[in-house]
Design a protein around this ligand. Structure first.
Ligand code: SF4
Length: 194
């Protein structure tokens, strides 16, 4: 049987913990704590595990996401078999569960605050996307340059910029950049570089 680095570390941790407890003389309390840890380890090991990449920055640390039989995510950890992070995560990556539906404080609806207003209004996505499209079109049409000062064809807009996110996947990146270029944008950048 092939043993991954992660399985080795989990197994070694369980054995080491057991040896340490027996060396120190086990009493009821640490024994109960140890049993609870094993339950957690077993739950993670029996879950569906999917590798993915941290959404936050260009380091590209690898993660293992554990999901239960209903497909609900309940655990995220660093992937020890990945050469970039070897199982480690920075505080942002270690808090990634906060971006999942288990976090009841996540925003799940569009909130809009009108200029000079202090209150947020709840809106639907149709309204929000239409408003964004109208503003983008107006700005693009106002400043589109077909030619530069030398009369050369440039077909560009210099007064708008596109700022991407690492919280999107490769296909979404392709669509976003294609859209930005189709609009004539030349300033296209990414949040991870800021
Ligand atoms: S875990 Fe931290 S360092 Fe790694 S990709 Fe995420 S944000 Fe970047």
């Amino acid at each position: 049987m092939q043993v991954t680095r992660r399985q080795f570390l989990v197994g070694a941790g369980a054995v080491t913990g057991g040896l340490a407890l027996s060396t120190l003389g086990v009493n009821a309390n640490p024994a109960r704590a140890y049993a609870a840890d094993l339950t957690k380890i077993n739950k993670v090991l029996s879950a569906t595990q999917t590798t993915t990449i941290c959404c936050y920055c260009s380091c590209g640390c690898s993660l293992i996401a554990s999901t239960d039989e209903e497909g609900k995510i309940f655990h995220i950890e660093g992937d020890p078999d990945h050469p970039v992070n070897e199982g480690t995560l920075c505080p942002k990556g270690a808090a990634l569960m906060q971006t999942t539906p288990v976090n009841e404080h996540r925003l799940t609806k569009v909130l809009y605050r009108a200029p000079h207003e202090s209150e947020w209004q709840e809106k639907d996505w149709d309204w929000a996307l239409t408003e964004m499209a109208k503003k983008i079109k107006a700005a693009r049409d106002a400043d589109f340059m077909a030619t530069n000062s030398d009369g050369k064809t440039v077909n560009r807009v210099e007064t708008m910029a596109f700022h991407g996110s690492s919280n999107v996947d490769t296909e979404e990146c392709w669509m976003m950049v294609s859209t930005a270029r189709a609009l004539g944008l030349v300033y296209v950048d990414h949040q991870a570089r800021v």
